[in-house]
Design a protein around this ligand. Sequence first.
Ligand SMILES: *[C@@H]1O[C@H](CO)[C@@H](O)[C@H](O)[C@H]1NC(C)=O
Length: 239
Amino acid sequence: MPHKQHTYNKIRESLIKMMVSQSLIPIAILALAIIFSVNAYDPSPLQDFCVAIDDLNGVFVNGRFCKDPVQVNAEDFFFSGLNVPGNTDNQVGSNVTTVNVDQIPGLNTMGISLVRIDYAPYGQNPPHTHPRGSEILVLVKGTLYVGFVSSNQDNNRLFAKVLQPGDVFVFPIGMIHFQVNVGRVPAVAFAGLSSQNAGVITIANAVFGSNPPINPEVLARAFQLDPYIVKELQARFGP
Ligand SMILES: *[C@@H]1O[C@H](CO)[C@@H](O)[C@H](O)[C@H]1NC(C)=O
C-alpha cells in the first residue's frame, strides 16, 4: 500500500514538525503511540530471535519480553506431541491442538504458528475467525467440507470445497470459516497461521455466550429470531 504508507509518512512529518515547533511533549508521546500502533502487526524481528520470557514486573508491550540471547537454547524452539490426536468427544466433534508462542517461546515476533485439528466422524470445527492471522490448511486424513465467507463488501460470498488427503485450502485473515468431516472415519488436518498467536473467535460462543450476555432483544432483532429462542441459545452457550 504505497499510497497509505505515503499518507502515514506525511502525518508523521507534520506531527514531528508540530512537536519541534511547540515542544508539546505529552502530545508528542500520544502521537508517537498512534504512529506506532498503526504499524503494530507481528512485526519483522529486529534480531535473530526474541525468545519470549515472562517478566511479571514489566509492562505488557504488544508482545513479550525477550530472553537474554545467551540463555536461549534449542528447547526454546521445540515442541513435541503433535502426533497425538486431540480428544474429539465434545459437542462439536473436533479438537484443535495449538502450537503458538505459548507453547514455543521462540515463536515470539516470528509471525507464524501451527495447529493440529482432529475431527470425529461427521464432527466439525464450527464457524470462527482468526483476528490476527491467515490460515493455510493441509488435510492428511479423511474428507473435509471446508469454506469461508467473504466480507459484506464482497457480498458475503461462500468459498467452499471438499478436500481429500493432500489437498490444501486457505482461509484469509478475519474471514469466518469452518471445516466439517463428511466421512465415516476420523479426519486429521494441520494448519499454519500467519501470527505467533492468531486468536480465535468462535461465532456461536462470542455472540450467544458472551460474559455478561448481550441483551436478548438485541440478538432477536439482529438474527430475526424469537427472543425465546435467543434465550435458549444463550443458556446453551452462556458462561
Ligand atoms: C482436546 O484434547 C485434549 C487432549 O486430549 C483435551 O485435554 C481437551 O480437553 C480437548 N478439548 C476439547 C475442547 O475437547
